[in-house]
Structures are given as C-alpha cells and as structure tokens.
Design a protein around this ligand. Structure first.
Ligand code: GLA
Length: 386
C-alpha cells in the first residue's frame, strides 16, 4: 500500500509539475455470489479486496479538470463547465464521468473549482475485479470531500454507476461501486439492489483456516459491448413476458409457469437469476450460522448455473473451477460479468499450493496461457489516505 501511494504522489508530481499530498483510495472487489442479479434488482454478496486504486488529487483555481494515470500516456483536459456524457472517451470517461454524475447529484459544475488527478492502481484491468469501479469510487470520494458535497456512500455508489452507464456506456449494475465504497475488512457486503439496503456479513475466512484464491485467466472482457448487454436484454424480456417490473419479483416456485411463457434460452436466463437470488440468501444464512465452510456447494451451484443457464463462462474459467474442486477446494465459481476474467476458489490454507499447481498443470495441458493465481482478503472500502 505504501508503494502505490508513493507511486501516485510521484506520478502526480512528474505529470503536473507540482506536489500534492492529498490521496484517496478505493479497492477492487470480488463477488462471492450473486451474479447478474444486481440490474435485476436482486441480491449480491461481494467484498472489497486488498488491491486498491489511489487517486492523488489537487483542486485548481480555474474550472479546468485534468486527469492522468500510470496506464495511459496522455493528460486529458476538459472544461468542467462544458462537461457532458458525450464529451469524453477512453479511460478518462471514468473520472470525468464521475465529475459529471456528481453534477447530477447537486454539485454545481459551473461554480466548483477544477482539479488535477493522477491515478495509480494495482487492480488488474479486465480481470473481473472491478478496476473501473475502484477508479470511480476513489474519484467520487475525493471530489465529494474536496467540493464539500457531503453525499453519503450509497449516493456515491450511484454516482459511479451513473458514470459507468451514461458516460462510459456500459450497462452495468450497482454492485461493484457498492462493494468498493461499503466494504469492510474480513466481511462481505450483502446488498439488496432494490431497496439499496446493505448489511455487513463477517466472512471469518482466516479464523476458519480458509483462503480465497483468484484465478485470473488473462482473458479480458469489455462490458460496454456484446454479451453483457445481451444478457441484460434477455432478463428484461423475461420480466416483460412474466408481467413483472424486474426478475426480483419472481420466485423459484414461479419457474414452472415461466417455462411455458417463453423460449428456452430466455427461460434459462430467467432461471439463473431466480435461483441465484435464492443462493445469495442461503449463502448469507449459512455464513451467519455455520460459517464459510458451509458455502462451498452454493458456490459450485452458482458456477453451473452461469455455465449452463446464463452461458457467460468460458472453457478457461470452467477448467479453473473444475480443477480447483477436484483438488480439494471447498467450492469455486467464475466471478464478475463473465466472458473472461477470473474465477474464485475457496480453499483450506493447507491445500493452497496443491490447488495452484494443479491449475497451472491443467492449463498447460489444455494449451491455455498460464493463469495468474493469487490470494485475496476482504478489505476496507474507499477512504482518504492522507
Ligand atoms: C459486472 C457489472 C456488475 C454486475 C456483474 C455481474 O461486474 O459491473 O454490475 O452486473 O458484472 O454480476
């Protein structure tokens, strides 16, 4: 953490030519369970991880906003008074999108001071760990503080989602920003995406001798295009055919009726969402009664549902999950939006090296590139660093 803070400070100075000591950070996230349920107004159970994005930020005396980062060469500059959803593209759409969305939540963009921001991150891009939500949340918290807006974290999550939907153009839900802003160490965030009420659920992984292994396939995805939007459209069609506002209103007992109302593909998309909501509720109940050792079967069932019903997994993710479970993981599933990215496996600490080695071997024998495997812990959400 000290490293990345120092890199953000140094990066800021070398790009903008002066120093700032004002730093904010926000974590990436892993979703424990509850996939594609957020935009269906259902339940999710993500946690913030110990990989963070740091934003070094300084206010200016004019209305100009400039952003730069360690992962892009240029400085992108904009006049805050003229900002609109169409005026920015590329990675700068994340920080500028947040500034624009804050304008939709009370910031007077004709009056607030401009800013310089330098972003550093150790959240891998495209791995399904929400690198974009980490940027949005760090910037949202920073500007909220510096502009004195006093918005609460739930509203800041909404700001991040709005930036992503309307400025970046990815039709994603509220899960990632909520995890990044509301996360707490060694705990998951249980979020009802309809009421937006949330509750912290302790994970107790270390106490139970468990670790969460991330297996990043290295295959990147982009949710602004393709499969993600297509799945969302299927869910909306399913809800329409069932005469409900969202699939949140559909219970497992309604599935038999749903099956006769729609084509097979739409039905399977609906079945994933409805059963996944149920699995999130069971996971929370199990964590609170038995503890994490009891949730392995729910993780496995979630993966099968994404593989067979929602069809968002890929061979590399399936291989990672199957190999982990065959070699002693208590449960495993792909995590995030799908079509690439990462899987997670819950493993007894004593079995970690066996599982990791088996995955490397399996990938090698299938001719897949070596995945990046690493342990994540549940960490605190966005905060001011200095
Ligand atoms: C991406 C989106 C989230 C959520 C997940 C799937 O991470 O950003 O809003 O829909 O996919 O669960």
């Amino acid at each position: 953490m000290r490293h990345i803070r120092a890199r953000a400070r140094d990066g800021f100075e070398s790009v903008f030519g002066y120093r700032t000591d004002a730093l904010w950070s926000a974590p990436g996230r892993v979703n424990l369970i509850g996939e594609h349920t957020d935009y269906n107004l259902g339940f999710v159970l993500p946690f913030a991880i110990n990989r963070r994005t740091v934003a070094a930020v300084s206010l200016r005396e004019d209305r100009i906003a400039r952003v730069a980062s360690a992962f892009a060469d240029e400085i992108v500059e904009i006049d805050l008074t003229k900002i609109s959803p169409d005026s920015v593209g590329g990675w700068a759409a994340y920080p500028f999108g947040v500034a624009w969305a804050l304008g939709q939540h009370g910031a007077d963009l004709l009056a607030v001071p401009g800013f310089d921001i330098f972003v550093e991150s150790d959240v891998t891009v495209g791995a399904g760990l929400s690198s974009s939500a980490a940027i949005e949340s760090a910037v949202a918290l920073a500007l909220n503080d510096l502009w004195g807006l006093e918005l609460d974290r739930r509203t800041l999550a909404e700001v991040g989602r709005q930036a992503e939907n309307e400025v970046v153009g990815a039709p994603t839900g509220i899960m990632d920003q909520s995890a990044s802003l509301l996360g707490e160490s060694d705990s998951a965030v249980f979020l009802d995406c309809r009421s937006l009420e949330s509750r912290i659920v302790p994970l107790g992984l270390e106490r139970d001798g468990l670790a969460l292994l991330v297996i990043d396939t290295g295959i990147t995805h982009a949710h602004a295009t393709g499969g993600y939007a297509d799945r969302r459209a299927s869910c909306e069609l399913g809800a329409k055919l069932l005469g409900v506002r969202s699939l949140r209103e559909v219970a497992v007992d309604d599935l038999a009726r749903a099956q006769v109302l729609m084509d097979d593909v739409t039905f399977r998309r609906v079945r994933h969402i409805v059963t996944e909501n149920q699995r999130v509720l069971e996971t929370v109940a199990t964590l609170e009664s038995i503890g994490a050792r009891g949730i392995g079967g729910l993780l496995d069932a979630s993966h099968l549902s994404m593989r067979d019903d929602f069809e968002i997994s890929i061979p590399e993710l399936n291989l990672a999950v199957e190999t982990a479970v065959e070699n002693g993981a208590l449960g495993a599933r792909m995590t995030g939006g799908g079509f690439g990215g990462a899987a997670i496996a819950m493993v007894s600490t004593g079995d970690l090296s066996r599982v990791q080695l088996a995955i490397d071997r399996a990938f090698f024998s299938q001719g897949f590139s070596r995945p990046d495997t690493f342990i994540v812990t549940a960490a605190d959400g966005a905060r001011r660093e200095s």
